[in-house]
Write a protein that binds this ligand. Structure first.
Ligand code: GTP
Ligand code: MG
Ligand code: ZN
Length: 287
C-alpha cells in the first residue's frame, strides 16, 4: 500500500480525479471516510490517497482554509461572479448574495457581466452598474464571443485560487475556455523555454493559470445565506465596516439605531440603496 497527498481536480458524483505524484488518478472516497466525513471531497480539496495494485482511495480530506457548498469547492481565495446582462437577465440581489457568501469566508469578489453583444433591457442593466459602482466592487462587461479582456482578468486572478460562480447559462464555461485559450497561448512560450510540459493544462474543471488556479463550476439558481448571526451578517458587508466604526453604538446593525453612520451613507448615495435594502431584508429574515 502506498500513501501520498493529492489535489482534487475534477468531481462527478462519487468519482474524483486527483492530481498526485505528477499524474491524474481516478479515485473514490474510502468507505471509512464516507461514513466519518460530514461532506464529500470537493474540487480543490487537498486529500490523502492510498493506492494498492488495483485501485486508489481518498483516505482523508485535509482541513481546508474555506469550504463552499454552493458551488462545491474548497481553498478559495477569489470569486468571479458571472452574470449575464440578458438570457438570463441578472437579478442584482442574487449577485449581492453571492458577494456575501464569499465575504463571509473572507474571499473578495469580482463581477463579470457577459453578453454585452446582445442589446436589450439597457436601462435596467445600467441601474445595476451604478449600484455596483457605488459599492466599489471591481467589475467588467464582456462579450465571450469576442474576448480581449485578458489584462483585467490577469490582474484579478494572478496568484489566486479563483472560482467562477453564477447561475446556469450565464457564460462561466465560455469565460473559462477563453482564459484557458489564453493560458495555452501564454504557456506555449514559457514551456518552450523551460523545456517541460504541464499536464494540468488540458484539464477543463480546474486549471493552473497565472501562478494560481481557476475553477469552473456547474451553475446554480438558488442561493441562500444560512445560519449566520446578525452580527456576522452585518460584518459580511465589508464596505459597511469602514463606516460602522462611526456609528453611535458599537454593535449597531444599521437598522433602527440612532446616529447610524451607515444609514447616513445610504442617504448620501455612498452605499447603494439596493444593497442596503437587501441587507435589511436579510437581517429581518434571520430573526
Ligand atoms: N452572445 C453571447 N453569448 C454568450 C456569451 N457568453 C456565453 N454565451 C452563450 O451562452 C450560453 C451559455 O454559456 P455557458 O458558458 O455554457 O454558461 P455556463 O455559465 O457555463 O452554464 P452552466 O454550465 O449551465 O452553469 C452558450 O450558448 C454560450 O455560447 C456572450 O458574451 N455573448
Ligand atoms: Mg458551464
Ligand atoms: Zn449603524
Amino acid at each position: 500500500m502506498e500513501y501520498f497527498d493529492a489535489k482534487v481536480i475534477e468531481t462527478a458524483s462519487e468519482n474524483f480525479l486527483v492530481w498526485g505524484k505528477n499524474k491524474k488518478i481516478f479515485v473514490k472516497m474510502s468507505g471509512k471516510l464516507r461514513l466519518s466525513s460530514k461532506r464529500p471531497a470537493v474540487i480543490n480539496d487537498k486529500v490523502k490517497v492510498s493506492c494498492d495494485e488495483t485501485s486508489c482511495l481518498i483516505e482523508k480530506i485535509y482541513e481546508p482554509i474555506n469550504y463552499f457548498s454552493r458551488p462545491r469547492c474548497a481553498n478559495i481565495t477569489k470569486g468571479i461572479i458571472v452574470v449575464s446582462l440578458v438570457d438570463p437577465v441578472v437579478d442584482i440581489r442574487k449577485v449581492y448574495l453571492m458577494i456575501m457568501s464569499l465575504a463571509l469566508k473572507f474571499v473578495s469578489a469580482t463581477i463579470c457581466f457577459t453578453k454585452k453583444d446582445i442589446e436589450r433591457d439597457t436601462h435596467e442593466n445600467l441601474k445595476h452598474f451604478e449600484s455596483l459602482k457605488i459599492d466599489g466592487f471591481p467589475y467588467i462587461v464582456i462579450n465571450n464571443n469576442n474576448f480581449n479582456e485578458i489584462d483585467f482578468f490577469a490582474k484579478q486572478i494572478k496568484n489566486e485560487t479563483t472560482v467562477l460562480m453564477g447561475e446556469s447559462g450565464v457564460g462561466k464555461s465560455s469565460l473559462f475556455n477563453n482564459l484557458l485559450g489564453y493560458k495555452k497561448a501564454a504557456e506555449g512560450t514559457i514551456n518552450r523555454k523551460l523545456k517541460r510540459g504541464n499536464h494540468t493544462t488540458s484539464h477543463h474543471a480546474l486549471i493552473s493559470i497565472l501562478g494560481g488556479f481557476l475553477i469552473d463550476t456547474p451553475g446554480f439558481m438558488k442561493i441562500r445565506i444560512d445560519n449566520e448571526s446578525n452580527n456576522t451578517l452585518s460584518k459580511a458587508y465589508f464596505d459597511f465596516n469602514k463606516y460602522a466604526t462611526k456609528c453611535k453604538f458599537r454593535n449597531c446593525l444599521h437598522i433602527q439605531e440612532k446616529d447610524c453612520f451607515v444609514k447616513r451613507q445610504v442617504k448620501e448615495n455612498k452605499i447603494s440603496d439596493v444593497r442596503y435594502n437587501l441587507y435589511k431584508e436579510l437581517i429581518k429574515e434571520n430573526r
